[in-house]
Design a protein around this ligand. Sequence first.
Ligand SMILES: [Fe+2]
Length: 344
Amino acid sequence: MRYKIAPLFCRPWTLNGISPRLIESHYENDYGNALSSLNAVTAELEALDPATTAAAVIHRLKRDEAALLNSTLLHELYFASLGGDGRTLPEPMAQAITRDFGSVKRWRDEFIALAHGLAGSSGWVLLTYVPRDARLINHTTAGHEQNLAGAIPILALDMYEHAYHLEFGANPAAYVAAFMRNIEWDTALERYQNAVKVEPPPRLIQKQFADLPSITVEEVKGMVETGKPVQIIDTRPRHYSTRAHEIMQGAVWRDPERVNEWIGELSKAEPVVTFCVYGFHIGCETAVTLRKAGFDARYLVGGHYAWKAIKGPLTLLEDTSSSEAGPVMRRIQPEEPSADPPLE
Ligand SMILES: [Fe+2]
C-alpha cells in the first residue's frame, strides 16, 4: 500500500487572517512529512515477516503507522474545514448542532474552550458524529491516535504549535479565533450528511424473539425510582440461582421451568418485566409465555448483568431452598419499603 498525497482542500488566498504562507508550510512540512513517514513505515511492515520478527518491533511499527495514518487523515480534514464564512451555518447543520449541544453558541463556546485548553500543548479539537448514539460531540485528542472508535469527525482544528506558531507566535487564542472565522460549513454539512448514513454497530439479534417487546435497564430503573408500578421477575435458571448471591432490588425470583405454578400471582393491570442472566433465551421465553396468557410482559435487554453494569441497586438473594414452598425457591426482602415488589 502506498498512500497518495491529497491536494489542499481549501484555497489559501481566500482565508481571513490565516496567510497562505502558514498553510503552505503546514501542508508541505507537517502533512507532507506525515505522509512520507507513513509510506516508509508501511513499506517496512510489508517487508518484514511477522512470524519471525520480534513482537516489540511489530508493535512499534504498527503504533507509528496508526499515529501517522491518523495524522494524514486529520490534516486533510483540517484543511477541508477551512475556506468558508465561519459565522454562517447552513440551516440543517445549525439544527443538528442545536439538537446535540442546545445551541450553536453553546457548541461554539465549548469548541473554543477545548482549543484553549490545548494551548501550550498539542492535539486536535474535533466535532465528531457518533453513529452508535446518532449524535454529534466535541472532543479533543492529546495525539494523533485518540479518535473515538467508530465515529466520524466532521470538523478538525489542529492545535499543534506548528499549525500557528509561524504566524501567531505564542498567541494560540488569536489562531483559534481565526480558525472559527474561516470554517467551511457547507462541506462540514456534506460530511455530516454522509456520516448520518452510517448505520450504528449491529446488535446481537435473537431472530426467534425479534418481535418480542423489550425494555432497557435504564427504563426499568427509571420506573422503579419514580414509583411506577411494575412487576419484575428474575427468571435466572434454578441451577444458576443456587450459586447467585444477589438479585435486582425490587425483583422476585421465580423458577422459569414452573411458570404455570406462579403465574397466578401476577396482576394483568401492571406491566411485567422478566429477565435472566444476560437477557437471552429464558427471560424472553418467559415473557412469551406471559404474553400468551394476556400479560403486558417484556424482557429486560441485557438481563441481570446489564442491571449490574448500570449500578442498579441489588439486594441479597435469600436462600430459602429448605422451604417446602414449591415453585417459590427464593424471595427477596427489599431494603427500601417503597421498593416492595408488587407480587407479594
Ligand atoms: Fe498539523
